[in-house]
Design a protein around this ligand. Structure first.
Ligand SMILES: [Zn+2]
Length: 148
C-alpha cells in the first residue's frame, strides 16, 4: 500500500499497541468480560494507519473460577460472605501491555493477536481474586479494513 504522507510504497509496522474497549460486568455470581480489541497496521516510514481490524472479546468467569482464585490468594474467608452478592465488590479489567504486542503477520497473510486479560476483584484495598484468561484471534490480512 502507498503511504499517504510520503507517497512511497510502505513497509508494514505491527508494533502499535492495540486499543481496548473492555468492561467487566458482574452478572449474578459470575463475571463477564466483554468488549473489543482494535489492532492497526501502520506504515513503517511515517506511522500512518493503513489497515485495521476489530476483535470481539467475550469471556465469562464462573463462580468456581472466582472461588479458586480467592482460595489461592488466601482470601477465601474474606470473599466468602460476598459470594452471593458480588455487586459489593469493585471489579476492573486491564490488559498487560507488555504482552500485548504479540502481533504477527504469518506469511504476510494472517494477523494474530494474543492478549492475556486480567480481572481483579478488590474489597477495600485488598485484592481478593485475580482472574486471567488469554484472548487469541486472527484475521486474514486481506480482510482487514483498508484505511487509505
Ligand atoms: Zn511514509
Amino acid at each position: 500500500m502507498i503511504c499517504p504522507s510520503c507517497n512511497k510504497f510502505a513497509a508494514y509496522d505491527t508494533s502499535e499497541d492495540p486499543d481496548f474497549d473492555l468492561e467487566a460486568i458482574v452478572n449474578g455470581d459470575s463475571i463477564e468480560v466483554t468488549g473489543t480489541c482494535r489492532v492497526v497496521i501502520t506504515s513503517e516510514c511515517c506511522g500512518d494507519e493503513l489497515r485495521e481490524a476489530s476483535f470481539n472479546i467475550d469471556h465469562v468467569f464462573s463462580l468456581k473460577d472466582i472461588e479458586a482464585s480467592a482460595m489461592s490468594l488466601g482470601q477465601k474467608d474474606k470473599i466468602q460472605p460476598y459470594l452471593t452478592d458480588l455487586n459489593v465488590i469493585e471489579w476492573y479489567a486491564e490488559a498487560d501491555m507488555a504482552d500485548v504486542n504479540d502481533l504477527k503477520i504469518k506469511g504476510q497473510r494472517t494477523l494474530t493477536v494474543s492478549v492475556p486479560i486480567t480481572v481483579q476483584g478488590v474489597l477495600g484495598n485488598e485484592d481478593v481474586a485475580s482472574l486471567t484468561f488469554e484472548f487469541e484471534d486472527g484475521i486474514a490480512f486481506a480482510d482487514m479494513e483498508e484505511l487509505v
